[in-house]
Design a binder for this molecule. Sequence first.
Ligand SMILES: [Zn+2]
Length: 492
Amino acid sequence: MKKKITDLLPGFVVGLAWIAGVPASDGATATNDWGNYPQGARVILENTVPLHDPLGDRLPLFLWPAHDAIVEDAGLQESIVRDLNARGVAVIASWQPGTDRARSLESGLQVGRIQKRLGLRVCVNANACMYGFYTGDPETAHLDGSGNPFFDDSLPGGKMGCPFRVKHRFDAVREQIAFFVEGYQKAGVAVDFVYGDWEIDGPLEVNRAWDSARRCVVCRQHIVRIDDYRVFQAAVRRARNDATRTCYAEPILKRFPNAMVGNYAVYPNDGHRYWFDYFETMHTDQPHRKEQKAVYREWPNDFSETGYTLAMPVIYPWARIHDWYQFPDSDVRWFHNMLLIASSAGRNTKAATPLVPFVHWQTVFDPDPANDRVRQMSERAYREMLWHSLLRGTDSFFMWCVAEQSAREVRLVHAAWAESLGWRDWLEKGEFLRFDSPVPGHPVVSAVRMNERVLVRRTDFNQDHPEPVEMVVAGQILRVARREGNQVLRIP
Ligand SMILES: [Zn+2]
C-alpha cells in the first residue's frame, strides 16, 4: 500500500476508469438510489452484485474505497452499510488523532453502532494513530562518536532515528490509540477488526539502516555483534515489535480481547521475504537467496512478538517482479512470485489467526517508472492467484488501490471472492493440503480435504502438461485432470 488514507480522504476521487468507459457490471441498475452516497461506496455498488451465497462465518471483504463510505446522516449511513453488506463488503471507519479527534470518534461510533445492531463486524482503520515514534526530534536520533545526532537518510522522510532512543515516545503514541479504544468501550461498541499501515516510522532495519546503526554509539552498546546482519536485524525487529505491541496491539486487546488486530505487511512466514515494498532498496550484503534475478531476503518469523491477532501479507504485482524472472510468459512470472507469498503466509499462519492479504491486480509501478515492456497480469492469472490463496488458507482479502483503479479492482476481486462463498464449508472446515510451489510453467494444484473428499483446483499456463497431476492423500493416489475451475475428487 503506497498511499496513506490521509492522502486519499477527503479528496477522494473515485471511478475515473469507469467514467473513461469501463462498463459497470450487472450490479449497476438503472433504478439505484445511490446518488447521494460517497464516491467510494458508489464505485463498489456499481461494480458488484449482491451475494448469491450467504457469508456464513466467513469474514467480509475489505475494499479500499470502503473507507469512503462514512457520512454524517445516520439514516443514510445505515443504508450504505446495508447495501454494502448485501455484497459482503465491510464499511471501515478511520480513527484520526489530533485536534478533531472527538469528531472522528463520534463518526466512528455512529457507524459502529449501526454495524453492531445489524450483527456485523465493527471495522476500523487505526493507521493515523500508529505513527509518532520518529518525529524528527534529535532526542530520537542516532549519536555519532562525537555525540552529534544524525538520522538514517536511506529511508524517505529523513526522520528515521535510533531504535534505542525512542521509548520516550511510547506514551504519546499509545495515548492516540487509547483515546479511541476507551471511547468505544465507554459506548459499548466492541471493535472486531482493526488494521493499520505503519511502515516508515519506529525501528526499522531495511535499506542502509545497518550502516547508520554501525556509526551510532548507542546502537553499538545495545548490539554487541552488530557487524553480523542477522544479529542486527533481530535486535531492531525486537525493538520495532516492542513498540507496536505495547502502543497499538495491547491497548486494543486489553479492552477487546477478541479483536482482530493487524498491520500491513506483518505476517507469519517461512523465514524469507519474497517482495520489496515501494520504499525498499536491494542490498546484496544482507543475507538472501536468489532465484534468477529475484532476491529473497531473510526475514524473521517474529509475528508472535507483535502481539497481533491478524496476519496481513502483501500480494501485489510490483513492476520489478516482471524483470526478476526470465519465464517467457509474464503471467508465470507474476503468479510464481505471488504464490510464494501466499503459500509462505498460508503454511505458517495458525488456523486461529485470520489471514487477510492485501491484494491488487494492476501493475504497481511505484517506485519503478511506467514501462510498456512490463506486461499487465491477465485477469485470469489474477483470479487464479486469488483462488489458490483461498485454497491455501486465506480468509478474506484487503484490496488496496488508487482512486482511478477502483472500478476494475473492485470488480475482479469481488467476483472471485463471492464465488468462493459457495465453497465456504470447505474453506472454513477443510484441511489445506498443499503449499508447494511447482516449477514455473508447470501446473499449479491446491487442495482442501474434508473427510473422504478433496476439493482441488488446477491451473495451467500453457499446453505442455496435458497429463493428470498425481497427488497422494491418505496413502491413496489422486489424479487431478487438466480442467478450469474447481473439482471435487473422492479418496478411493
Ligand atoms: Zn542508534
